[in-house]
Design a protein around this ligand. Structure first.
Ligand SMILES: Cc1ncc(COP(=O)(O)O)c(C=O)c1O
Length: 379
């Protein structure tokens, strides 16, 4: 466990982001995506706060293990949980977990649906269906809609608890991107097909962050009861540059570490593994964070900022340490033992960091290992 390197999680900013989403779509329920340990922010404290302070009642996990942990650790609280991908319905012990822990698996192929329909214990179990409208990952084939409706009817099922579709390109324009247009159309067709066949759709959802930011797939325009925000809850926009959106979130996290040591260098002096030469005279600050914390070697070359100086991550990132090269003007100004903020200092430092390191905020958040403590703050 690290001590002074930590992810500071500002819960007021989480509340702000949820309120912003509610302003965009006041009548659509939020199915709060909390998978991958709350996008790296710590699933349990985030969920507890979301339930008790923000009135959230539905969460989306990726695995049955995540869902079980959520249920066990927040046993006293009332909420629903969906498992979206790793449902492992075929394992007998999991059926027991789904039933007893009131966890809802998202069905994405016909054999899983058959399994529910043919298992007596699951006779009254909520049916949640996810259709592949163009993402081509998991999901039921829209061509199988007639077959699925027949199977439901054969088993006396007249309603679907939740009908779901997921966008492949929501970070692109919802009207400009052909796949988005196609996915939206297909989902409308599937909903209509079920309804025309007399199957009640209790809940429907299609929108993740990018789609919500563009105000599509919401109760107000497509009649969907739910939206499933993930990344935007934690602050960043997921829209590509130039795509207009209506969400200005606040970054929930701040990654802090501290400076273990500083030393002056001259041009050509070498640093760390593989002996990377310094580009000019300057200062090296050794940060107490490395790939053992989920701060990767491929971040080398990115710029970080401290006390108004621009530094560059130089050389190979070590397991526990990162070297940052600063120009010589920083000598005497940047000193050992100072807290050093990697992101969360300015509005867009995380975005810039992700662009420079050719990654995305989703990945940077999720990469942080448990060795970096999550510290929760309220203003
Ligand atoms: C099915 C589903 N819905 C919603 C989301 C949330 O997506 P985002 O984080 O882009 O809002 C995800 C995340 O991957 C997902 O898999």
């Amino acid at each position: 466990m690290k001590f002074r390197s930590r992810l500071v999680v500002n819960l007021d900013n989480l509340a702000y982001n949820v309120n912003q989403i509610r302003k965009i779509t006041p009548n659509t329920n939020i199915l709060f995506m909390i998978k991958a340990d709350g996008y790296g922010h710590g699933m349990i404290p985030i969920a507890r706060y979301a339930i008790t302070e923000l009135g959230i009642r539905e969460f989306g996990c990726a695995t049955i293990g995540e869902a079980l942990k959520l249920r066990e650790e927040l046993n006293e609280l009332e909420f629903d949980i969906y498992v979206f991908s790793d449902i492992q319905l075929e394992l007998l012990e999991n059926v027991d977990i789904y039933l007893k822990r009131r966890i809802i698996p998202v069905i994405s192929n016909v054999s899983e649906l058959d399994y529910i329909l043919h298992t007596p214990e699951l006779r009254n179990f909520p049916i949640c269906l996810k259709f592949n409208t163009g993402m081509n990952r998991l999901g039921l084939d829209p061509n199988d809609a007639p077959l699925i409706v027949n199977r439901l009817k054969q088993h006396g099922r007249t309603s679907v608890h939740h009908l779901i579709s997921h966008y492949a390109n929501a970070s692109a324009g919802m009207d400009a991107n052909q796949t988005n247009v196609l996915q939206r159309t297909r989902f409308e067709e599937i909903k209509k097909f079920f309804r025309d066949a007399g199957i009640t759709l209790e809940r429907t959802s299609q929108s993740n962050s990018g789609s919500i930011e563009q105000k599509t797939g919401l109760r107000e325009n497509s009649g969907d009861t739910h939206a499933r925000p993930g990344l935007m809850l934690y602050g960043p926009s997921s829209l590509n540059d130039g795509v207009p959106g209506s969400f200005q979130g606040k970054l929930v996290s701040k990654l802090e570490t501290y400076i273990l040591r500083v030393f002056e260098v001259q041009k050509g002096d070498v640093v760390g593994y593989n002996s990377t030469p310094c580009p000019e005279d300057g200062l090296i600050a050794i940060l107490a964070i490395g790939y053992g914390d989920g701060f990767f070697n491929r971040y080398s070359g990115a710029h970080l900022y401290h006390k108004g100086f621009e530094g560059t991550i130089i050389g190979r990132v070590s397991m526990d340490m990162t070297h940052v090269f600063f120009p010589k003007e920083a000598i005497g100004k940047i000193t050992a033992h100072e807290i050093f903020t990697i992101w969360g200092q300015t509005e867009d430092d995380l975005k810039k960091f992700c662009m420079e390191t050719k990654t995305i905020p989703y990945e940077v958040f999720c990469a942080l290992l448990p060795r970096v403590p999550r510290v929760y703050r309220l203003n």
